[in-house]
Design a protein around this ligand. Sequence first.
Ligand SMILES: *Cc1c(COP(=O)(O)O)cnc(C)c1O
Length: 421
Amino acid sequence: MTAPDWFEAGLPHIWLPYTQMHTASPPLAAVATDGCRIRLADGRELIDGIASWWTACHGYNHPYIRQAATQQLARMPHVMFGGLVHEPALRLAHRLAGLLPGDLERVFFTDSGSVAVEVAIKMAIQYWLNRGENRRTRLVAFRGGYHGDTLATMAVCDPEEGMHSLFSGVLPTHLIADLPRDDASRAALDALLVTEGETVAAILVEPLVQGAGGMVFHDPATLRHLRALADRHGILLVFDEIFTGFGRTGTFFACQQAGVVPDIVTLSKALSGGTVPLAATVARRHVYEAFLSDNPLHALMHGPTFMANPLACACANASLDLFAREPRLEQVAAIGAQMHTELESCRHLPGVRDVRVMGAIGVVELERIEDMNRLKARLVDQGVWIRPFRTIVYLTPSFTIAPSELAHLTRAIRTVLSDPA
Ligand SMILES: *Cc1c(COP(=O)(O)O)cnc(C)c1O
């Protein structure tokens, strides 16, 4: 079957993400989505194991979100957020404040996760500047972390994966530490803060799961330790819940498992139910109050053109309705239990280093992946859309996935790893 004309004509003009264009296999042409399935131009259908980079929490094309989007599209697809506000954004802000713990109650909308983290960084630094403390300009972030691809966020990612050396000279330098998950790393972080603490604006962490950095889990005690450290040194604590938010780890937000209220939270990925780009940076009252003064330069200095896009906010409100009406957290627990049972059988396969599950995240970690292109192609041959990276083969399906579809996904992983040929 020949490829569609738009594919042949457009491919020479497209630059793909994280892709060595010289050697990568050509991308697949997607023409439609439905539920947990992606249909390709050649007629094949793939079961999606990763919900389009963790966004499509209710599956694709949910009729309820479509209805909300259609109505908003007819009424007001976009209006600027400078000097104007609208119902979808204000309803959404009110609801997010109600869902987040403590007094995390002031919402700044943006349109991508990276920018939400950029805003959190600016917010944290300006918080101190507004209070007359101009030495606190650095962040403490962690090895294995991932917070985005823009210049400011790259600088707080894992130093190797974040390409700190490739871009050294243009990236600001922050303090990158090991997550305090044992006595040695706790002592090291304590010592770092004793010497450098007065130059630190905030500690930044992905709570419970470092996602794009390798799907590495840590326990709630680590987050409580970070809260205590931040309090002892008078530093802000920022949780990047862009991956973990909206049920992925088993609770609505990961911070709830630790009983910790961070000072700033970032949200995106599943925020709009996998439909339209949207992100948010949410601050506690005391953070917000540091920006209130007679000095115009004490205002938060940021403002994306498409900020609080009404269409995106309407989709996010519809997504939150679905979380309220449908048993999403029970579905997450069931997905976790099924993945736990079915992926466990991969543990004894050759080259498997670890199998782990948290919430609706299932991970098979390998010693190494020799031929990534080939592994990806073999998964597609099994009728599944699974995107291994580094040494990780993982599942983060939609919460609405049917047990039979999930079984297809875990079977595909087992089949492909059983026969490394
Ligand atoms: C995906 C992700 C980001 C970046 O979001 P983009 O929308 O891709 O810019 C930041 N932090 C975490 C934890 C993420 O998973």
